[in-house]
Design a protein around this ligand. Sequence first.
Ligand code: UDX
Length: 654
Amino acid sequence: IASTEKDEGAKSDLNLLVLTVASEKNDGYKRFIDSANLNGLKTKVLGFDKPWQGGNMNSVGGGYKLNLYLEALEPYKNNDNLAVLLTDAYDVVILANSSTILNKFTEFDASIVISTENSCWPDRKLADQYPTVDQNGYRFLNSGGLIGYASQLYKFLSEKPIKNLGDDQLHLTNLYLNTDLREKLNIKLDNYAKLFQNVYLAEDDIKLKLVNKSYVLENVNFNTQPAVIHGNGLSKITFNSYTNYIPNKWSPESGCNTCYDNNLDLSMLKEENYPKVLISIIVDKPTPFFDEFLNKIEDIDYPKSRLCLSITTLVDYHKEHVDKFISRIGDQYNASFVFHKTAEESIHARHFSFSLCTSKLCDFLFYIENEAHLDNPQTLKTLIQRNKKIIAPMLTRPFKAWSNFWGALSKDGFYARSLDYMDIVNYNKTGIWNVPYISSCYLMKGTILENKFTRPSYKEDNLDYDMAFSKSLRDKGVFMYIDNQYTYGHLIDSETFDITLKNPEVYQLFENRYDWEQRYIHPEYMENFNPDKKPAEPCPDVFWFPIVTEQFCREFIEIMENFGQWSDGTNNDTRLRTGYEAVPTRDIHMNQVGLEKHWLEFLRSYVLPIQKKAFIGYIHDVCGNENQTKFKQYNSMIPDWIPDMKLYQQETFI
Ligand code: UDX
């Protein structure tokens, strides 16, 4: 009884101090500190602004950390009423307050508790020396998190010296495997993730769970809610995606809780004080609807006196358009540049835009490839206000799951679908998401380009430039964000764009239907379905409807005249199976110019609905019903931001 009373007394006197190491205040560090602050923890950061002396953390190293801890513990070496939590910073978040952490700690009835993982690293040969554990507990020590009474931790770490470049995990392992020391200092491992969760090789054990309308991380194997989560080793990407939700980052009820933290408020600035931005456009492949792309660049809502515009072409096809565009509007910008380069110079051209940005003292570089259409003119301002080192507006190919970000990576570094990918792409979940890969369009702070420790690179190993870019940022610990709080625009699919054709956009009805409609379908088309409006009827049973644009007509005529092989106007027609044309005209068939399926689709999607309306009861379906079902599915995926895409509401097809 006496001893219990003493223990309880000790518990209530017990305080908690968090010690961590961070040689720089990178994104991971900020995330850690935010989580510690959220939980009201007293935290001391060691090694800040001093060169890191612990070696390359991709292999062995980290002894430096232990030496910093030991030095920091010195003043508390006789203190039994202080528990100290030693934890990594860059890949850790804390999910509990000090009383929860202290309760969990004291429940172990140990002087020191060390976190665990499933792999015996860095020396596998030591595995057999570890005590066995039941029920699939994590058997091996991880040095990223430990907690203990200050006095005991001091004894533990001063037991044996370690060189700064020595491996901290190996060092602690050897100390722990010394049975005498383990017993003398009453050291225990947290084998069942009561306090610490290391994520590597435990990905299947942990799940986000909604509790009181916000997410917690639960270990479903051991039915625990660990307080310290560590994305150790190769689990950093998975860990990053968890930290989109915890602690208290996003919930179904409140959405994104931190999206407006530390935002810049442009409305407080006079236009002449707006951040200086270099818009760097890379035109790297022939892409349909390029004129529209350029018009949207011109429409970006931002004071042009604060914008420099650079356009680099890597293909001949668009050079003329670019030259015309720049000669028309270049003068409106603070400065404008055109660079005509070759495909071989692709990486150099991209790196050159970094130098151009820094030489122009830009605050931001807005990188845009010509597949990225910014339909929302507020995109640039919105992204600047987010105040991130690098952030991309989410862009998708309309009707498809294809986007400019990846939520997860496969083992070999390629695309993998994260659990929340479809929810993000479909705007079911909106917010700002830390992701491992972004492409096509992003805003970078000039400061990350100036600093070699954060500057991205388009050249890494033999990777494609876009994968190299994201990998370099991941390796440098710079978080990449994708923003889907608003709808910003969409991506063009240029895979089938055939520039040998006359007016090749006409052929893009299937691949880029949205853009095709914008260019070729009459802006008043939907009025055809307005029940209060009667179509013009120039003579009985003949109706006029706005269906296509003048550009549609012009481009079709040009295609036919370019082809030029008109029939001779007689009844003999070798293009027909029978060879006989009953009602001859001088014409070109759609199939002669490769447009038959496009034309039938055009009739079905845009003419048939009007025909049904005008001639009630007369139904002649050119394509059968199968495609209509497909089309209805497409429509349900269209986000609301593209109102014109909703042209063909379901009732059109009833
Ligand atoms: C694993 C172990 O968990 C860790 O304890 C051990 O030191 C190395 O292996 P890992 O996640 O792979 O950890 O290492 P990493 O997070 O890259 O580095 C450990 C910590 O050292 C960082 O979180 C940070 O707190 C500190 N660090 C590392 C710096 O302060 N500066 C650096 O340049 C590198």
